[in-house]
Write a protein that binds this ligand. Structure first.
Ligand code: GAR
Length: 206
């Protein structure tokens, strides 16, 4: 199997990043994290990177005149580390740079804590709780210029009935996120996803 070189973008706690690193270390995810890029110098994700010998690049919004300029620097960083797949794991800024999105078209993936197209944007778990849905879930999708509306790669339903608040919904979904994201990253080492309109189809290669 061909190991895939990935870059991870994270802004905070980084539990999804950690689940990917743990699965790589356990030999169940055929990837290598070449770099962690974060916009938050306080991100807990940095600790995970450091304890696993993964380089960290901190790129903060205030360093740049515009989001376009920031995203160009992100693109240059991804190029420099040879990222074949870019994994957004709780990266809380919307990628806007044309250059970045075009250069990495269908190579950037994101995990969202709801069954898209339901509950896009921030606080998806709270939106689901307020709506009173009994089933929510996890979506892993390609990132494009839309907000959480890129082609869907993977979805899994999560029973959120009986949850007592948004935190409860988030915890149930997060447990599934931690299993799903490393598995999906691993699939990129064994093939590719063909995007046809809004649909994706996996083609096995290795
Ligand atoms: C995760 O629940 C992820 O799905 C969500 O942020 C959390 C990050 O947790 N992402 C979004 O809401 C993106 N719109 P983590 O930092 O512990 O991985």
């Amino acid at each position: 199997m061909a190991k895939i070189n990935i870059a991870v973008l994270a802004s905070g706690r980084g539990s999804n990043f950690k689940s990917i690193v743990d699965e790589i270390n356990a030999g169940r995810c055929d990837a290598e994290v070449k770099v962690l890029v974060t916009n938050n110098p306080e991100a807990l994700a940095i600790t995970t990177a450091q304890s696993n010998g993964i380089p960290v690049e901190v790129l903060q919004r205030k360093q740049f005149a515009s989001r376009e300029e920031m995203d160009t620097r992100i693109k240059e960083t991804l190029d420099r580390y040879g990222a074949e797949l870019v994994v957004l794991a709780g990266y809380m800024l919307i990628l806007k740079g044309k250059d970045l999105l075009e250069s990495y078209k269908n190579k950037i993936i994101n995990i969202h804590p709801a069954l898209l197209p339901a509950f896009p944007g921030a606080d998806a778990q709270a939106q689901a709780y307020e709506y009173g849905v009994k089933i929510s879930g996890v979506t892993i999708h390609f990132v494009d210029k839309s907000l959480d509306a890129g082609p869907i790669i993977y979805q899994e339903a999560v029973d959120v009935s009986g949850c007592r608040g948004p935190e409860d919904v988030a915890a149930r979904i997060l447990e599934i996120e931690h299993k799903a994201y490393p598995k999906v990253v691993d699939t990129f080492s064994r093939g590719r996803y063909v995007v046809e309109g809004r649909r994706t189809r996996f083609v096995k290669e290795n």
